[in-house]
Design a protein around this ligand. Structure first.
Ligand code: NAP
Length: 246
């Protein structure tokens, strides 16, 4: 259980981030729901968490911006007292084949999906080092492990997250902080809603379990790493993909 712990979940207004926030709140953690646009959804979640008896805050911040990420982490510390768990979940796609990909689409995906993770980590780590404990969980992707046509920007950012995860695990393990990544396969959210049914069938067929994933599948893995169950696990990439990347 996570009673008394405070978790920041980036991109928690929808999809996988929302499921993670719900799961950690159900386990008793106080939650910061970060979002960029979707204030209504974030505020709704905060009310839901308050009825569970946990403290919750919605904080708008574009995590790709260093100073907004700083404000997200500092406000959490000021208003909830600590950052015990950081889940770097926020992410976007701007797909296109390399020979047609615009510089803007490449840059924006790197800014949000890779630099955004660095920004949140950069401001959180000093707090965790001081308290000599913490859990950092980064959401990467099967695309960062295997590559995926049309996602050179996204795959590069997600592979970068894996390098950052392993490096940081080595830098701060001695301070009682674990750093891991979770690599989802295909999970049904807004991000994947626009894909053609035929492609979804192909993806389903590429999994050993023969089905697509739910946001709750990722949330369960996050809760495992964030709880006492994750105490001796660091520097790992856990695939939660129905058996795609192995
Ligand atoms: P989603 O449904 O599109 O939700 C994205 C979330 O990120 C939203 O809460 C959004 O906030 C937030 N966000 C976007 N840009 C942001 C920014 N610059 N700063 C702060 N928040 C921002 O995505 P999802 O499918 O849940 O994906 C969540 C994570 O899992 C991403 O990192 C994604 O790459 C990864 N992933 C997903 C899949 C999949 O199949 N779905 C597979 C592998 C990995 P607003 O609501 O305010 O817009």
């Amino acid at each position: 259980m996570l009673k008394g712990k405070t978790a920041v979940v980036t991109g928690a207004s929808r999809g996988i981030g929302k499921a993670i926030a719900v799961k950690l709140a159900e386990q008793g953690a106080n939650i910061v729901v970060n979002y960029i646009n979707n204030k209504d959804e974030a505020d709704k979640l905060v009310k839901e968490f308050e009825t569970l008896g946990t403290k919750a805050l919605a904080i708008q911040a574009d995590i790709s911006d260093f100073s907004q990420a700083k404000n997200l982490i500092n406000r959490t510390k000021e208003e909830l007292g600590a950052v015990d768990i950081l889940v770097n979940n926020a992410g976007i796609t701007r797909d296109g084949l390399v020979m047609r990909m615009t510089e803007e689409d490449f840059d924006r995906v790197i800014e949000v999906n890779l630099k955004g993770v660095f920004n949140c980590i950069r401001h959180t780590v000093p707090l965790m080092v001081k308290q000599r404990s913490g859990r950092i969980i980064n959401i990467t992707s099967v695309a960062g492990l295997l590559g995926n046509p049309g996602q050179a920007n996204y795959s590069a950012a997600k592979a970068g997250i894996i390098g950052m995860t392993k490096t940081l695990a080595k830098e701060i393990g001695s301070r009682g902080i674990t750093v891991n990544a979770i690599a989802p396969g295909f999970i049904e959210t807004d991000m994947t809603a626009e894909l053609a049914d035929k492609l979804k069938e192909t993806i389903k067929d590429s999994t050993a379990l023969g089905k697509l994933g739910k946001p709750e599948n990722i949330a369960d893995a996050v809760a495992f790493l964030a709880g006492s169950t994750g105490e001796y696990i660091t520097g790992q990439v856990l695939s939660v993909d129905g058996g795609m990347a192995f």
